[in-house]
Design a protein around this ligand. Structure first.
Ligand code: SAM
Length: 323
């Protein structure tokens, strides 16, 4: 469907839990973890019902996220049910990779198209400092297993000044022999991240340019989304830059979000969204649900205003919204 600014909306991100098995310093508020209990979150049937109406309105791609989506019970069967919806062509998951190696074969059998694995350090001690858990080996094992199974693999990395800037080149070097893409995502000032200073993608690009001579800019494809890609000549994978702060891509934004507890959110930045759980638990008809979703997507805001003071700013943490 087309929103009021003429954007084609065909991508739904579904958060399936707020809970996470890591506690990344810029993502979760360690002192105030308000994990929702099972009764609060949307059930599999409710998620499928919403996704079905979204697919009728033109959603083709779904990404499952959280919290950590792999801690949700029976995530494999939810993925299967979503993949079976008429109109859904691709289904991806964004995960920290800790449990992925134990579930990936079933996820693939159930229809998963690809995985984004979040990883901010390749150093064991730093990984533990950033995430509060000693799980780097599990994440690396998951990356290799996903590649072995032939899934599309993208590594999402957030670079934070004074924490992991010295690892930029190590991340780029992962693309030399492995058929995976690294994407540097700029830190957005949401929740705990307000206490940190993200490194801009411009600076990351400059560091890469100083260290490598043979860099090619990749043509933008339909699948690139908001990322701009380069490649080091003869390296297997690409390096992407997703720059919501330094180079806002709202004018091409094609996504909406469903939070694990209830809300259909039109933009990451704003604190409002329609409470679909309330309507579904009051037995709204499919037709009325469809119209409600339609009118909300139509009204998607023109752009985020992360760097400005404004009303209605989202004050939840990233794990609660769905990253
Ligand atoms: N647990 C899963 C994972 O780690 O991929 C999914 C949820 S996590 C919130 C999704 C992604 O959001 C991670 O790559 C994380 O680095 C990123 N993230 C969290 N807070 C962020 C922020 N303030 N700005 C940019 N990215 C952020």
């Amino acid at each position: 469907m087309i929103d009021k600014f003429g954007r084609k909306i065909d991508y739904l991100r579904i958060s399936v839990t707020e809970n996470c098995n890591l506690k990344c310093i810029y993502c979760i508020d360690e002192n105030n973890i308000l994990n929702s209990c099972n009764n609060d979150i949307l059930t599999d049937d409710e998620i499928v019902k919403i996704a079905t109406e979204c697919a009728r309105l033109g959603i083709k791609k779904i990404r499952i996220t959280g919290g950590e989506p792999l801690v949700r019970k029976n995530i494999e069967s939810l993925i299967y049910k979503l993949k079976c919806i008429n109109g859904i062509e691709e289904i991806y998951i964004t995960t920290n990779g800790v449990l992925l190696h134990t579930k990936i074969e079933d996820l693939k059998k159930n229809g998963l198209t690809g995985v984004n694995i979040s990883l901010d350090s390749l150093n064991k001690d730093r990984f533990k400092k950033l995430t509060k858990f000693d799980k780097l080996q599990d994440v690396l094992l998951s990356i290799d297993k996903a590649l072995e199974l032939g899934l599309k693999v993208k590594i999402n990395t957030v670079i934070v000044d004074d924490i992991n800037k010295d690892e930029i080149i190590d991340f780029v070097n992962l693309t030399k022999d492995k058929n995976l893409d690294i994407r540097f995502i700029e830190l957005m000032p949401i929740g705990a991240a307000k206490n940190y200073k993200g490194t801009s993608n411009e600076e990351i690009n400059q560091i890469i340019n100083k260290n490598f001579k043979n860099i090619k800019v990749e043509n933008k494809s339909k699948r690139s989304g908001p990322a701009k890609y380069i490649r080091i000549d003869n390296y297997k994978g690409k390096i992407g830059f997703i720059s919501p702060i330094s180079s806002c891509f709202c004018e091409d934004c094609n996504r909406i979000r469903l939070t694990s507890t209830r809300f259909l959110k039109k933009c990451l930045h704003y604190n409002y969204g329609v409470d679909l759980k309330k309507h579904i638990r009051s037995n709204i008809s499919d037709k009325d649900l469809n119209e409600l979703i339609y009118s909300n997507i139509y009204d998607k805001p023109q752009e985020h205003l992360f760097m400005e003071d404004c009303d209605n700013k989202e004050n939840k943490y990233m794990n609660q919204i769905g990253g």
